[in-house]
Design a protein around this ligand. Structure first.
Ligand SMILES: Cc1ncc(COP(=O)(O)O)c(C=O)c1O
Length: 377
């Protein structure tokens, strides 16, 4: 009997039968550009600082960690305040968990759940339906324009039509790179508060925004049903640290306390994240360099006759491929791992270092020449 057949014989929840787990390939190749990490190494002085904090935490691992992770919340509030015209966030406004994945799970556990629904706008982050499934919530797939943008009117109309309990706006959106203007978030909020809807803006890639794109953090004041999520996994180069967080009204964090498991953030996680926040400047130093590579990818793919989408994130979605899987496979054989997405003829690539970007562009250009005789220049 195969493992899959043995799984079928377990009394699994009906909605989990035949489902696939999240599973982006984890392969070690020359250029790993498939999950939108920062591909620069963690700088040595930050490694030292994290090691020191974690060592100190190790001395009291016989005790449960600070359940309220207060020192960490204070540092996260300070970090967000640096970017705000009115720096009015405090620890009271902050919640954190093991990645923004877990933050989002807490939000759905508190505000969605059985008999309730979650609206998001595909193509978008592939975990949203899985968060819904895991929290017994109904997932409603909304729509967006053919170029993946969203208008205030359309988003508000879909919220009024479906009246979800949670609406997730992803800005910049994964996998398209599309950022939302604040007018979209404002319209969503107004429509949401006609009913019983919480509005979540997932800003996992917020630090990579193009100049002129504002963060929804600036809208929090006076909007108690708005939540903005962030992560240290992307711009902070700390994906392995597993620290996601959000800013919202204090009563929202009280709601999340009702569903989190006790001591969900280990003392080690808290220590590593605190040390990283003390070195935010150093850790985020590569953001500007990554943006340069992102913009280079867009320009170069256009030159190759492909169709890259404008991106406010650290990755680029591009179309115009006859056989996206064959292109993906060829790149992998050349040591460049990028991401297959659910949009036919499209692939997504993370902007890495200059060398990785060159490796990606060269391998793709060669493939286009070999398979299509296409002159990429
Ligand atoms: C849009 C978006 N939100 C959230 C996450 C989750 O990030 P993490 O759990 O590492 O914070 C990701 C990861 O790729 C993402 O793309």
């Amino acid at each position: 009997m195969t493992r899959a057949q043995r799984l079928d014989r377990l009394p699994l929840r009906d909605e989990l039968k035949g489902q696939e787990p999240y599973g982006a390939p984890q392969l070690t190749v020359k250029a790993m550009l498939n999950v939108n990490e920062t591909t620069y190494d963690v700088p040595a002085d930050v490694v030292d600082a994290i090691t020191k904090e974690v060592r100190a935490a190790a001395e009291t691992l016989n005790r449960y960690p600070d359940r309220e992770f207060t020192a960490l919340r204070e540092k996260l509030a300070d970090f967000l305040n640096r970017d705000l015209p009115t720096p009015d966030l405090s620890a009271e406004n902050i919640w954190a968990a093991n990645g923004s994945n877990e933050v989002m799970q807490h939000i759905l556990q508190a505000f969605a759940g059985p008999g309730r629904s979650v609206l998001a706008f595909p193509p978008t982050y592939s975990m949203y339906p899985l968060y819904a499934r895991g929290t017994y919530s109904e997932y409603i797939a909304g729509t967006r324009s053919a170029d993946f943008t969203q208008t205030p009117e359309d988003v508000a109309a879909q919220i009024r039509q479906h009246q979800p309990h949670v609406v997730i706006l992803c800005s910049p959106n994964n996998p398209t790179g599309t950022a939302l203007g604040l007018e979209v978030v404002e319209a969503a909020y107004d429509a949401a508060t006609e009913g019983e809807t919480m509005v979540v803006v997932d800003e996992a890639y917020g630090e990579f925004r193009q100049p002129g794109t504002a963060s929804a953090l600036t809208l929090l004041h006076g909007r108690p049903r708005l939540i903005v999520t962030r992560t240290m996994s992307k711009a902070f180069a700390l994906a392995g640290g597993r620290l996601g967080y959000l800013a919202a009204a204090p009563e929202v964090t009280d709601a999340l306390r009702l569903v989190r498991l006790p001591y969900h953030l280990s003392a080690v996680t808290q220590a590593a994240a605190r040390a990283a926040l003390d070195h935010a400047e150093t850790l985020m130093a590569n953001v500007e360099r990554i943006k340069v590579q992102r913009d280079r990818i867009v320009t170069e793919l256009q030159r190759m006759g492909l169709r890259p989408y404008p991106s406010d994130a650290n990755f680029v979605l591009f179309g115009g491929l006859d056989d996206a899987h064959a292109a993906w496979q060829h790149l992998l054989e050349e040591g460049v791992l990028i991401r297959e997405v659910s949009i036919p003829g499209h692939l997504r690539v993370t902007a890495g270092t200059e060398e990785e970007t060159t490796a990606f562009l060269t391998a793709l250009r060669n493939w286009l020449e070999e398979t299509h005789g296409r002159d990429p220049r």
